[in-house]
Design a protein around this ligand. Sequence first.
Ligand SMILES: Nc1ncnc2c1ncn2[C@@H]1O[C@H](COP(=O)(O)OS(=O)(=O)O)[C@@H](OP(=O)(O)O)[C@H]1O
Length: 274
Amino acid sequence: YVCLRELRSAVPPPANATQRLPGAIIIGVRKGGTRALLEMLNLHPDVEVAKAEVHFFNLDEHYRRGLGWYRAQMPLSLPGQLTVEKTPGYFTAPLAPARVRAMDRDVRLLLIVRDPAERLVSDYTQVLHNRQQRQKPYQPLEELLLHRGRINTSYKALQRSLYHQHFSRWLAHFPRDQIHVVDGEALIRDPFPELQRVERFLELPPRIAPSNFYFNTTKGFYCLLSAGHDKCLDESKGRPHAPLSTTALHMLCRFFREPNRRFFNMVGRSFAWC
Ligand SMILES: Nc1ncnc2c1ncn2[C@@H]1O[C@H](COP(=O)(O)OS(=O)(=O)O)[C@@H](OP(=O)(O)O)[C@H]1O
């Protein structure tokens, strides 16, 4: 294959290159490692990825524009290549599963998960950062998380961590084996084995190699190496998390115990979460 992303913009794309609907979608979870997973998958020569999040199935104003609009957001690809997009907002969007199925009942879904307590803090940290950038005030995490000394179940970032609730909606529209679950912590620790499993799930020939990854001590994460170029994710990934008291963290962990157990039952595996 010609690797399209290597072609300079001055070089016209091959005549058989066209924009195709995705054959696989990374549906979430927000702050789970969706960008890292997409970039890592993009190492594969048979994969082309949509660089920006498309937000087609979760935002009515986009969905209304139809599949023609959606397709126009996709990268050029050659016959035989797989188009992949990621929008973490799909996982928690009530209408997304039915809409995705209406597009293609055979589309393959990837879900990358992470300790829901960690995810919540990461989610809070991102919102805090965005507010600070715009010089807007934002409540401390514990004020949002606790209400009269108990876990505040109406806090949105907490709801986004209730994986079983969202996953069950996807299972109402897709068979379990059409959704591959990636372990977000494992992807951070040692990305290659997780990527091998994804290649297998997507029925791609094994092309991603351990030499595509190196641990960058400055970044504190694995970065990517491909065709002599190296790439780390930007500074919005791997930010120091907002602090949370040990007491609040314990309460949160206790709170997630039952939802996690339900999620483990649904996916048929467990994770070493707090
Ligand atoms: N290789 C590599 N480099 C940098 N960051 C990595 C990597 N692998 C996984 N991660 C983790 O990805 C977390 C961000 O997740 P997402 O990309 O899904 O965030 S977002 O929802 O799109 O905003 C981000 O979460 P935070 O550490 O909380 O910032 C990272 O821990």
